[in-house]
Ligand binder design. Structure first.
Ligand code: 13P
Length: 247
């Protein structure tokens, strides 16, 4: 069994004052967590958050990375820059990026490649919409999304983290049931096994309305190795409760 991993995705929330409060609250209550913990912050706050958590049990992540290496890409932030500033994890292919920024499977795969190339662990998100689930396409969709990343990254895939985030469960308060999530995680695990002999060590996180009340049940599933937490990661006590559920 791999070590569990709880990562917060702050999305476009925070301020210098709010980040300070949230991180000091987490550090005051976290003790010695039995799982890995990270916060994926807005890139503008990387320096601030790095200063607050460097050397603690909380690792630093971001929510996106450029698909390009360097050069004339106005507004973009490269994997090398993130690495230079102390970032260890980068979410790639979040459904909000796919939906609002037109990110394709190929772009997501390239982003994962850029991150890996600079020593940043990509947290690759996959997940179906409600319409796709209702049409019985869940398995086909997540397999297609993951296949692109496997294809572009070859044997390096043992270095990444996968997150299953059903779009219909994100920010809706309607989490997948533990059984629904486990079913998809098992599909992803099988696909990873076919591609890598180290697949059992790849952490597959669940994300989508995971909270203090349902975390234990979800995290008890065989192939759920952690959580990618949105709303509940912005509340000190809720995030700490989820971390404690991942022992
Ligand atoms: P919520 O936990 O707010 O549903 O968000 C999940 C998510 O999108 C994490 O990346």
């Amino acid at each position: 069994m791999t070590q569990k991993f709880i990562a917060g995705n702050w999305k476009m929330n925070g301020s210098t004052a709010a980040n300070d409060l949230l991180l000091s609250g987490l550090l005051a209550g976290i003790g010695q967590p039995a799982c890995q913990v990270a916060v994926c912050v807005p890139s503008i706050y990387v320096a601030q958050c790095h200063g607050l958590i460097a050397g603690t049990s909380i690792s630093l992540g971001v929510q996106d990375v450029s698909q390009h290496e360097s050069g004339a890409y106005t507004g973009e932030i490269s994997a090398a820059m993130l690495k230079d500033c102390g970032v260890r994890f980068a979410i790639v292919g979040h459904s909000e990026r796919r939906q609002y920024h037109g990110e394709t499977d190929t772009v997501v795969a390239t982003k994962a490649q850029r991150a890996l190339g600079c020593g940043i662990t990509p947290i690759v998100c996959v997940g179906e919409t409600l319409a796709e689930r209702e049409a019985g396409q869940t398995e086909a969709v997540v397999k297609r999304q993951l296949a692109a990343v496997i294809h572009a990254n070859g044997h390096c895939i043992s270095e990444l983290v996968v997150a299953y985030e059903p779009v219909w469960a994100i920010g809706t308060g309607r989490s997948a049931t533990a059984e629904q999530a486990q079913q998809v995680h098992a599909v992803l695990r099988t696909q990873l096994r076919a591609a890598s002999s180290k697949a059992d060590g790849i952490q597959i996180l669940y994300g989508g309305s995971m909270n203090a009340a349902n975390a234990k049940d979800l995290l008890a599933q065989q192939d759920i190795d952690g959580g990618l937490i949105g709303g509940a990661a912005l509340k000190v006590q809720d995030f700490l409760t989820i971390i404690a559920a991942a022992q």
